[in-house]
Design a protein around this ligand. Structure first.
Ligand code: ADP
Ligand code: MG
Length: 208
């Protein structure tokens, strides 16, 4: 039902956004209404993002498996996030080997996008995110370690609950969706305190 409703909302939302942009385009330069139109479009975009997340969460994931290079996947994900304001003051490094995993690159990109955004949002000034690719035999791991405040014990047990969030504008769907997508790959995800504070998220995926 969530998937159907979300889908039904998406189309009119796109139409409303288009219409409001037409009106915005007719305003004279320096019009006092221009910031209002801009705000409406920004709110519609946020709503659209929420609907997209809801659709992803509500649908049973059906990965189309291929051989995916973890290094290439990290690079593609980082390219997607380059313009995200959450990453403006964050330093992110990727290290390790470049093994192949069995997976759907599009779905895995969403998983790592969610993890990187969480890490960036947790770290304030001087954010540091280290991504380590650790090859194994039958499985490979990716560790995402940040220097944020870490996760309190009472929050830790609720992390994967759909709609659980500690953020003013969070959806609480990031980690639950990540886990669903990884499980559809025969993989897993674990969240632990980092060795030197912060948070360490470990993703395990089957080798290709
Ligand atoms: P959202 O990001 O929308 O809040 P998520 O499912 O992605 O939803 O995350 C749920 C909660 O887990 C966050 O609200 C936050 O409290 C916590 N969390 C996730 N990743 C981290 C992290 N790297 N550091 C600290 N807290 C985190
Ligand atoms: Mg999130």
């Amino acid at each position: 039902m969530a998937a159907v409703i979300a889908h039904e909302i998406k189309n009119p939302l796109t139409a409303v956004r288009g219409a409001i942009q037409v009106i915005g385009g007719r305003l004279s330069a320096g019009s006092r209404d221009a910031p209002v139109v801009k705000e409406i479009v920004a709110r519609l975009d946020a709503l659209n993002d929420l609907i997209k997340e809801l659709l992803l969460f509500a649908r049973t994931p059906q990965p189309r498996f291929g051989s995916v290079s973890l290094e290439g996947l990290m690079q593609m994900t980082l390219d997607l996030l380059a313009k995200d304001p959450a990453f403006a003051s964050v330093h992110l490094s990727v290290s390790g080997d470049a093994p192949l995993v069995k997976g759907d690159a599009e779905l895995l990109k969403i998983v790592f996008q969610n993890l990187f955004i969480n890490a960036a949002q947790a770290t304030q000034e001087h954010g540091e995110i280290r991504v380590m690719i650790v090859p194994g035999t039958t499985t490979h791991e990716v560790r995402v370690v940040d220097n944020g405040p870490g996760i309190p014990a009472d929050v830790r047990e609720k992390l994967f609950r759909p709609f659980f969030t500690t953020k003013a504008r969070g959806t609480g769907l990031g980690l639950s969706t990540a886990r669903r997508l990884l499980e559809a790959h025969g993989g897993s995800i674990a969240v632990e305190p980092g060795e030197h504070g912060g948070t360490a998220v470990t993703v395990t995926l089957p080798a290709s």
